[in-house]
Design a protein around this ligand. Structure first.
Ligand code: GTP
Ligand code: SPV
Ligand code: MN
Length: 596
């Protein structure tokens, strides 16, 4: 029997059951016993492999289909009634049309499978900022991951009550089983049948055909960013692709920093930063998404809507991100990593090399194989509570007050290590024109560098130009309490391809300069692109960066910036007359400062 009397929920589950025709319906209660049972089921069916429990208790490894390894942006849709409300950065389809197409696919798609109902809460159960979603899925992998990255089960149904509202999130891997047909380890549908669809005007998500990450764990990118950004626009709050961290000075002053970088550009690493500068302390609040509201005292307060990390595995090591390594010592799910001969997991960039193992495609692997053993977008899933530096206030219902916004991307050339915006509007311009090099987090991004405004290009559920206006409007409401805005780039390289900046824990030096700027203590110099640290203002003591590299890291190459202007303006032109007047002013100012 269903564990709820919520009429909307009961009616929706009944409707989807009739459409998808599963063999069984199962309501998730979110208990440890349930998690263990569902994960054990995937081990027995051959969908996952248990990691050596002596090395890593209660952990499993999944290997996905080689065609289903990351988000697919070309198959992701924003189905608003009017095309211009989705805007030029989104794929649009008419909602009725899209539903018609998808209903045909959903018809009978769960035959031979179990339909799981996952009641989940984005944000702490007792937070006024949180929202409830219900995901229906036929993937036990999705259930297990959702039970880590969101708060699931009975406690959510209790908050929902008999007539509470929720966001319906329908997911199917799109691989019905005929009677007697044997399942494959990672069922999914061919590319042209995959749809990751959002109906922002009715707060509805329909996903079909992919089992991976943001395509399938619908609380994450689909609800907490695409649908939530559209709700936030309507309701006057913010849903952002941002990490949140608390940075505490030796004197005990706390600064809360929220930072938006595109996928695979350093959020998880910065969120778990181990400062190298003496006396400063960092604590993690969230590593991917921030929901923010203006509090009665006028400050902007942020919560992490998630309860677990879905982090990029390759490159993660005790040297680069020890706190992530500590977070995955047990109770973790690994996807597309190497299985070592002693049944532990491994990936490129881990501390010790691996001489022999099974690669993410299930084949024998050695370093001589000529291909990476882990997929470049291999991931770990682990509960936030396992992070040794999780902030004691990470579940505070009212969130934490944000002092600083960071934006950035992966840029080998041109963009300096750090730039402070002249003011909020200039910060919005810097964030709106942010660009980044391609990574493995999305399958189908064209070109090498793309504009990724606010790191929200793949995640904004409405017209990006209206989103910029929303940022201007928020600053008017925040007034003097608006956070200070900075732009950073950890990814500069010299001509031989060597990193100019050591990054990771050393990024704390840059954060310290920002905090001192907030307090009016550190010096900066004005340049045509913004304010940069004055000579000696950013602490470099004990750091092995040559004077030459340091000069390069802060060099403002006016000609290179001038050369980007036409492309920036072309990008802006795609939004036509929806570009806010305040953005046009910023564009004109940028030209003027560069002497154009
Ligand atoms: P998503 O989960 O896709 O949103 O990614 P993310 O923004 O959380 O990126 P993450 O922190 O996982 O970093 C992605 C890659 O960038 C990893 O391979 C990291 O090792 C690398 N990286 C992160 N921070 C730094 C840094 O400061 N310097 C350098 N050189 N690399 C970094
Ligand atoms: C991202 O791509 O920004 C991620 C991974 O955080 S996924 O959840 O797959 O979108
Ligand atoms: Mn992300």
């Amino acid at each position: 029997m269903a564990p709820t009397r919520n009429k909307k929920l009961l009616a929706w589950v009944e409707e989807i059951q009739a459409l998808c025709k599963p063999d069984e319906v199962y309501w998730c209660d979110g208990s440890q016993e349930e998690y263990d049972r569902i994960v054990e089921g995937t081990v027995r069916s051959g969908a996952s492999v248990r990691v050596n429990p002596e090395k890593r208790p209660n952990s499993v490894l999944f290997r996905s289909a080689p065609s289903d390894v990351a988000r697919v942006e070309v198959r992701t849709y924003i189905a608003s009634r009017k095309e211009e409300d989705a805007g030029p950065t989104n794929n649009w389809m008419d909602p009725d049309e899209l539903k018609k197409t998808m209903r045909v696919l959903y018809d009978g798609c769960m035959r031979g499978r179990t339909l799981y109902v996952i009641p989940f809460c984005m944000g702490p159960i007792d937070s006024p900022i949180s929202k409830i979603g219900i995901e229906i899925t036929d993937s036990p992998y999705v259930v297990a991951n959702m039970e880590i990255v969101t708060r699931v089960g009975t406690k959510v149904l209790e908050r929902l009550g008999d007539d509470g509202d929720f966001i319906p999130c329908l997911h199917s891997v799109g691989a019905p089983l005929e009677p007697g047909q044997k399942d494959v380890p990672w069922p999914c549908a061919p590319m042209e049948q995959k749809y990751i669809s959002h109906f922002p005007e009715e707060n509805l998500i329909w996903s079909y055909g992919s089992g991976y990450g943001g395509n399938a764990l619908l609380g994450k990118k689909c609800l907490a960013l695409r649908i939530a950004s559209a709700m936030a626009h309507r309701e006057g709050w913010m849903a952002e692709h941002m990490l949140i961290l608390r940075f505490t000075s030796p004197e005990g002053r706390q600064y809360h920093i929220a930072g938006a970088f595109p996928s695979a550009c350093g959020k998880t690493n910065l969120a778990m930063l181990q400062p190298t500068i003496p006396g400063w302390k960092a604590e993690c609040i969230g590593d991917d998404i921030a929901w923010m509201k203006i509090a009665p005292d006028g400050s902007l307060r942020a919560i992490n809507p998630e309860s677990g990390f879905f982090g990029v595995a390759p490159g993660t090591s005790y040297k680069s991100n020890p706190m992530a390594m500590e977070s995955i010592r047990e109770n973790a799910i690994f996807t597309n990593c190497v299985l070592t001969d002693d049944h532990d997991i491994w990936w490129e960039g881990m501390d010790e090399p691996c001489e022999h193992g099974i690669d993410w495609k299930g084949r024998e692997w050695t370093p001589a194989s000529g291909e990476p053993g882990a997929n470049p977008n291999a991931r770990f899933t682990a509960p936030c509570r396992q992070c040794p530096i999780i902030c004691p206030d990470w579940e505070a219902p009212d969130g934490v007050p944000i002092d600083i916004f960071l934006f950035g991307g992966r840029r080998t050339h041109v963009v300096p290590l750090v730039t402070e915006a002249f003011d909020w509007d200039h910060g919005v311009y810097l964030a709106a024109t942010a660009a980044s090099e391609k990574t493995a987090a999305a399958l189908d991004v064209k070109g090498t560098i793309r504009r990724d405004p606010f790191a929200m290009h793949p995640f904004c559920g409405y017209n990006m130009a209206d989103y910029w206006q929303h940022w201007f409007t928020m600053s008017d409401r925040l007034g003097g309490k608006a956070p200070k805005i900075f732009y950073v780039n950890w990814f500069r390289k010299n001509p031989d391809g060597r990193w100019l900046w050591p990054g990771f824990g050393e990024n704390s030096r840059v954060l310290k300069w920002m905090c001192e700027r907030v307090d009016g203590k550190a010096e900066a110099v004005d340049t045509p692109i913004g304010r940069l640290p004055a000579d000696g203002a950013l602490e470099l003591e004990g750091l092995d960066v040559s004077a030459e590299d340091w000069a390069e890291l802060l060099r403002v190459d006016v000609d290179a910036w001038k050369a980007e202007i036409p492309e920036v303006e072309e990008f802006m032109a795609r939004f036509g007359d929806r570009v806010p007047p305040r953005m046009r002013t910023q564009m004109a100012n940028a030209r003027k400062r560069l002497g154009l």
